[in-house]
Design a protein around this ligand. Structure first.
Ligand code: ISL
Ligand code: CA
Length: 596
């Protein structure tokens, strides 16, 4: 009897303790529901916190300067955590904050375990992460491991000699017929190979010369990456956005571009032979051991290839950013016309291609694009606010995890660039040298396109208030000029106005969070060919919502398709009040959500 009692105690006590611990875990994250819910399903989808989350992207250099040097920093971000939390977002994605010589603003990393001096210290990072967790948010980091900086210690060694122990950390090839090993081009102009004087061999750089590509076929490189991932996850990071992850595997025979090459780099760079082996290995070695979220930046990955990266049964990534929508209006630096039916068709194609085992992202911009309201909306004074709200409605009601980019919640607009000196981006400067200075392209033509395509539009500093430099910095000059419209468009103004875009995002995010149909529900485009109205339903069982967006400045009377009647109004961006009618009268850029 006594022994039985002892056995029960030995078995039961640890079990009870373990149960208590699990209990604690669930209460520390109030909005996001891990573990227990991981096995629950909604509309066939396994429920996951990262499917229900809204993500807010921060570009640290441009968010908030705390020490008056004109450059945003980690302390600056920490000081604004209540502002971010106030929107109702769950996850922050931090663009790179690692030590870097900034050839590409931090996407060229010199030391993966050190904070960029301009941004602060590791203690500042820990403080930021603590502040994020205290507010029940999570934080994902940018993992930039297709390439490093040429100033990384590995590359400094690698370039020294052909027999250096780090030689194979990068991709070296001898000249071919006295020229580059093949005819690949860099995203930042010119050839993708650079001859290095020490050994006379060429190294591969798909981006800038200062961003040599790492050699993922070397297992040592892969394990270095897994180790540094663990370093950040053990610190408490909640996952990664993975920079150009589809490019990591290269065809080691390095063939030239195919004879019929049409500039579709994805066909070459994004379909290396070992991509899926490596991502699966990374998942096995690192990701599977943590409750984290992953999103691959998947430039060049087609619709057909998407499930290969995100189908949960393959154990690779959770989601990817697919580029069809954000490349709809440009090719390189050139702007090109686009239409709404094309955009709508992309969402519909994706929705059809991704079944319950895969999950999508929804994003309209990021630090590589122009401002969402200038691009997809109307940034003139009359329509800026309603169109920013209409686009927020779309972003937060389509199917997939939505990503908000800093400043979009204020309706920040493109910068009125007029001359080359105003730009910072290496992509702009290199193309200028390669195409304008060589007289292949005219100056006026180039600037006219950049006004509609440059990545710098998204990188101008956040506009906090009406003080000089929009309150971003106390320095006389910010690292990139603040948009001159900061006196009208800024966070202080937004927080003081109940009708601001900021509060609309907040309401919209709240609605999404309490409405499973808007997260897991089926999506159906009711009127794909309509050039200006985007009308779709999201339904989960009997729970059905209708979203109607007027994506133009013209007022219109819209007859709902399929004999539908608008139901009960759940949210509207203007003052529309109609309910239960077969025809809705929408003002320019009006957005409504109805419960049917
Ligand atoms: O921005 C682009 C075109 O204007 C893309 O081709 C972009 O270069 C591509 O999406 C890769 O982007 C990522 O990696 C780059 C970095 O410059 C970007 O900021 C980053 O998002 C190299 O690390
Ligand atoms: Ca600073």
């Amino acid at each position: 009897m006594k022994t039985l009692y002892l056995v029960i105690v030995i078995i039961a006590v640890p079990l009870i303790l373990a149960a208590c611990q699990t209990g604690n875990k669930t209460t520390t994250t109030e909005l996001l529901k891990p573990s227990a819910d991981n096995f629950a399903t909604a509309n066939g989808h396994t429920k996951k916190w990262w499917k229900e989350a809204v993500v807010y992207q921060i570009y640290p250099r441009s968010f908030k300067d705390s020490n008056g040097d004109g450059i945003g920093d980690l302390k600056g971000i920490t000081s604004q955590l209540d502002y971010i939390k106030g929107l109702g977002v769950d996850v922050i994605w931090l663009s790179p904050m690692y030590d870097s010589p900034n050839a590409d603003n931090g996407y060229d990393i010199r030391d993966y375990r050190k904070i960029m001096t301009e941004f602060g210290t590791m203690a500042d990072f820990d403080e930021l992460l603590k502040g994020v967790k205290q507010r029940n948010m999570k934080m994902i980091l940018d993992l930039v491991v297709n390439h490093s900086s040429d100033e990384h210690a590995w590359f400094a060694e690698s370039r020294k000699s052909k027999d250096n122990q780090y030689r194979d950390y990068y991709i070296w090839r001898p000249a071919k017929d006295d020229k580059e090993p093949n005819n690949w081009t860099s995203f930042f102009s010119g050839p993708a190979w650079k001859k290095d004087p020490a050994t006379g061999e060429y190294y591969l750089h798909l981006f800038a010369e200062k961003q040599p590509d790492l050699n993922w076929d070397n297992p040592k490189v892969r394990h270095e990456v897994y180790d540094l991932m663990k370093f950040w996850l053990d610190k408490g990071a909640d996952g990664f956005r993975m920079d150009v992850i589809p490019f990591i595997s290269k065809d080691q025979s390095f063939p030239d571009f195919p004879a019929d090459y049409d500039g579709n780099y994805g066909k070459v760079y994004a379909s290396g032979p070992k991509l899926h082996d490596y991502v699966q290995e990374m998942n096995r070695e690192v990701l599977s051991k943590y409750d984290v979220m992953t999103v691959g930046e998947a430039a060049g990955v087609t619709l057909e290839q998407t499930p290969l990266l995100v189908d949960e049964r393959r154990n690779e990534l959770n989601m990817i950013f697919q580029f069809d929508v954000v490349s709809i209006d440009r090719q390189g630096w050139r702007w090109k016309p686009w239409t709404w039916p094309e955009v709508k068709a992309i969402y519909t194609r994706y929705d059809k291609a991704l079944d319950v085992h895969s999950w999508n992202t929804v994003f309209l911009t990021n630090h590589d694009n122009t401002r969402v309201v200038s691009r997809f909306g109307d940034d003139t004074p009359q329509y800026r606010v309603p169109s920013a709200k209409a686009l927020a409605t779309m972003l937060l009601t389509l199917k997939g995890t939505p990503f908000v980019y800093q400043g979009d919640e204020l309706g920040m607009t493109n910068y009125p660039f007029t001359k080359i000196e105003e730009f910072d981006d290496i992509q702009v400067k290199n193309a200028w040298k390669a195409e304008v200075l060589t007289k292949q392209v005219g100056i006026v033509d180039y600037i006219a396109h950049l006004r509609k395509t440059s990545r710098d539009h998204a990188r101008t500093p956040m506009q906090w208030d009406e003080s000089p430099n929009g309150g971003f910095t106390t320095a006389a000059k910010a690292w990139l000029p603040v948009n001159p419209n900061y006196k009208e468009i800024n966070a202080k103004q937004a927080l003081a106005d109940q009708n601001s875009i900021y509060y609309y995002f907040k309401k919209m995010i709240e609605l999404r969070k309490r409405t499973p149909a808007l997260i897991y529900g089926d999506y159906k485009d009711l009127d794909p060919q309509n050039p200006t109205v985007f009308a779709y339903t999201r339904s989960l069982g009997a729970d059905k919502y209708l979203v109607v967006l007027n994506l133009s400045k013209n007022d219109l009377a819209y007859t709902l398709p399929e004999g539908l009647k608008a139901g009960q109004l759940a949210l509207s961006n203007l003052n529309g009040k109609e309910e239960n009618v077969p025809v809705v009268n929408l003002k320019g850029w009006e957005a409504r959500i109805y419960q049917l």
